[in-house]
Design a protein around this ligand. Structure first.
Ligand code: SF4
Length: 424
């Protein structure tokens, strides 16, 4: 029996108890969330993972995506990225390799982490078709489902699957045009395959079969956002909304069949459209967990896109997004290094916390920091910090003559002066 069926029959499983304990909510709250599809807990019968609840009423979670590319296949570096992501506090890891031996790389990465791991099975199916038969459009539908099942058996906990792209979606994309084209790899592969073969997307037309596979292996379905805008000027367009409507309908079906489901969202979104996107997504999906990719709020800051996306993600989280895919400083430029993975996770964790301060009123750590600063208690400040090591490093490299203060104001430390005359 899967978690949804257990929750519907009133059973509180060990996973639900763990989530309740981690989040400071009641076990009954988690059970109801899973039963209604507002909360998912990605698990796998093939691998024990650090349990992580995603959804309404829970802390905003951060995913770090890693994986090889066709240009750079360095498995040790990918394992180091997985390690850095975990060290920086990522909640989940997506293994998105598009170069090298897929099964071998995924196995090594899955074995190297305690985190829930996600994948996009169609990458492997399309790229293997290109290697074997000369082009991605030669992908065989049976291979796509076979690879999905193989990846599930490797212990993959959730899968991004592009179910919402059908001919209706493509018609809307074509009719409206776009400034930035299509930037999702999954969206691009599938659209090319459908147009070349004049066939419907098998992940849409054979959705029941897909659900059978996911249910059998207890994989959480993360409905892909293949039509997300890759440019601010394309945000919230007809193709994106068409895909969302289809995914919303299929998400209800998946939940009814006992498959835990997340729905992914954009993308490149200007700040004044973030709230609309969250409301639309939550309303149409009947409050399924919302996995936001970024969002990137301006197109003109390559090299700083971790910060650009943190601005968007903090607002998205405050408005109700439940799960954020990190962005690294290398986004739009290159495959990230382990250091950039670390930076990206920290930026997203800051955004998630800023959102949770509004959404969940989680401000206890900020209060702790305020008191630690008032007391000039540096150890207490470090322990309240999102990244204590960085805070410690900066201070220790520039130690002041007066060790109570810091080199910013030195002898004229405002806090020290005020503490002498006021008692709070
Ligand atoms: S020296 Fe200035 S910046 Fe540093 S702790 Fe005191 S008031 Fe704050």
């Amino acid at each position: 029996m899967g978690l949804i069926e257990e929750a519907l029959s009133g059973v509180i499983t060990e996973e639900m108890k763990q989530v309740a304990c981690d989040e400071g909510v009641t076990e009954e709250f988690v059970r109801r969330g899973v039963a209604h599809g507002h909360i998912v807990i990605p698990v796998s019968p093939y691998r024990k993972v650090k349990i992580c609840g995603i959804g309404e009423g829970l802390r905003t979670k951060v995913n770090a995506s890693i994986g090889t590319s066709s240009d750079i296949v360095d498995i040790d570096m990918e394992i180091e990225k997985a390690r850095q992501a975990e060290l920086a506090g990522a909640d989940t890891l997506m293994e998105l390799s598009t170069g090298g031996d897929f099964a071998f790389i995924r196995k090594r990465i899955v074995e190297s982490t305690r985190l829930s791991v996600g994948s996009v099975p169609l990458y492997q199916a399309f790229i293997e078709a290109a290697r074997k038969d000369g082009a991605v459009v030669n992908m065989n539908e049976d291979d796509l489902f076979r690879i999905t099942e193989e990846q599930a058996r490797l212990g993959t906990n959730f899968m991004a699957i592009h179910t919402g792209i059908n001919f209706e979606t493509l018609k809307r994309l074509k009719n409206q045009g776009r400034h930035g084209g299509l930037v999702s790899r999954g969206g691009a592969f599938l659209s090319a395959w459908m147009l070349h073969n004049e066939k419907e997307n098998p992940l849409y037309s054979e959705f029941d079969y897909l659900l059978e596979i996911l249910k059998k292996h207890e994989v959480t379905l993360s409905m892909g956002n293949g039509m997300r805008a890759g440019a601010i000027h394309d945000s919230t367009d007809r193709a994106q909304i068409q895909e969302l409507i289809i995914n919303s309908e299929l998400a209800d079906k998946a939940h009814a069949e006992g498959v835990q489901t997340i729905v992914e969202g954009p993308g490149h979104v200007p700040i004044d459209e973030i709230e609309t996107n969250v409301i639309l997504q939550k309303r149409l999906t009947n409050h399924k967990p919302f996995y936001m990719l970024g969002p990137i709020v301006t197109d003109i800051a390559p090299g700083y896109d971790d910060r650009v996306s943190a601005i968007g993600a903090s607002l998205a989280s405050a408005y109700g997004a439940d799960f954020i895919c990190y962005v690294t400083p290398a986004e739009h430029l290159a495959l990230p290094t382990p250091e950039e993975v670390y930076e990206g996770v920290i930026s997203s964790r800051i955004a998630a916390h800023v959102g949770d301060m509004i959404k969940l009123k989680k401000r206890d750590k900020d209060l702790e920091m305020a008191h630690a600063r008032r007391e000039l208690n540096w150890e207490r400040q470090y322990s309240a910090a999102i990244n204590p090591e960085r805070a410690k490093k900066i201070r220790s490299e520039r130690m002041p003559a007066d060790s109570d203060a810091c080199t910013m104001c030195g002898d004229f430390c405002a806090i020290k002066i005020v503490n002498k005359y006021f008692s709070f």
